[in-house]
Design a protein. Structure first.
Length: 248
């Protein structure tokens, strides 16, 4: 479903992605972990076609995402939904209006059908009580769920999550994890999750990949990561100050 072939990206003189290669299967939840600034979000933006690599190939559904025309890229991006860390809701719209916006903008359905779809997604994500509220009036957890609902109304084949549990309490984090798992079970959506939250990574990941110095240094099932012998991965997942990772 998604494949990186020897992808390199240099930003501000730093090689953020260094000959990066990996493959994500259809219907898989693939988790990317790693320190801040190691290229996790940059990787998501390459999948979404928001950044172009300096070299290498990115395939989405067997088609190349990079080095193509805007119209070709826009067609591929129709398959992809991006849940931003901040939620990226429009402040002057209600929760319901934010969720409905992609359907209204693209004139995909008549008003009654849009209303039905939006209500279905609000119910799925436990947002019905917040439908008439503005983004400033709802919690961080509701903002993230509203952002996800806005993605789901387009029925994407791929969902990209940037730190979906960041800033949330443990109960709300568990709800987000449950929703991610439910989407995989009910809709066979391919999901890529960038996170620092190891509890979340273990809860949702079919495989977990650690990005370090622009490359994946280990990619394994959750138990393989949890019981790793790699000293860099072990230091990161334990949060230890002792080890090969420079903490200064």
């Amino acid at each position: 479903m998604i494949e990186f072939r020897n992808v390199t990206k240099i930003l501000s003189g730093t090689k953020v992605l260094n000959n990066l290669s990996f493959k994500i299967e259809k219907g898989e939840t693939f988790v990317i972990i790693g320190r801040s600034g190691t290229g996790k979000t940059v990787t998501l933006k390459h999948i979404a076609g928001l950044l172009e690599p300096d070299s290498g190939q990115i395939l989405v559904g067997g088609e190349q995402m990079n080095g193509i025309s805007k119209s070709q890229r826009d067609r591929l991006r129709e398959k992809i939904g991006f849940v931003f860390q901040s939620g990226a809701l429009i402040n002057w719209m209600t929760v319901e209006e934010n969720i409905a916006l992609p359907l209204i903008e693209h004139k995909l359905y008549p008003p009654d059908e849009i209303k039905r779809i939006v209500e279905e997604k609000m119910d799925l994500l436990q947002l019905t009580s917040a439908r008439d509220k503005m983004p400033a009036e709802i919690s961080g957890g509701m903002k993230k769920r509203a952002s996800l609902a806005r993605v789901l109304v387009r029925n994407p084949e791929i969902i990209l999550y940037d730190e979906p549990t960041s800033g949330l309490d443990p109960v709300m984090s568990s709800l987000i994890n449950t929703i991610i798992n439910q989407l995989k079970k009910d809709y066979t959506i391919t999901q890529v999750v960038v996170t620092h939250d190891m509890d979340s990574a273990y809860a949702v990941g079919d495989r977990i990949a650690m990005l370090y110095d622009g490359k994946i240094i280990q990619c394994d099932e959750p138990d393989g990561i949890r019981n790793t012998d790699n000293p860099i991965v072990r230091q990161f997942i334990s949060g230890s100050l002792e080890g090969p990772i420079d903490v200064l």
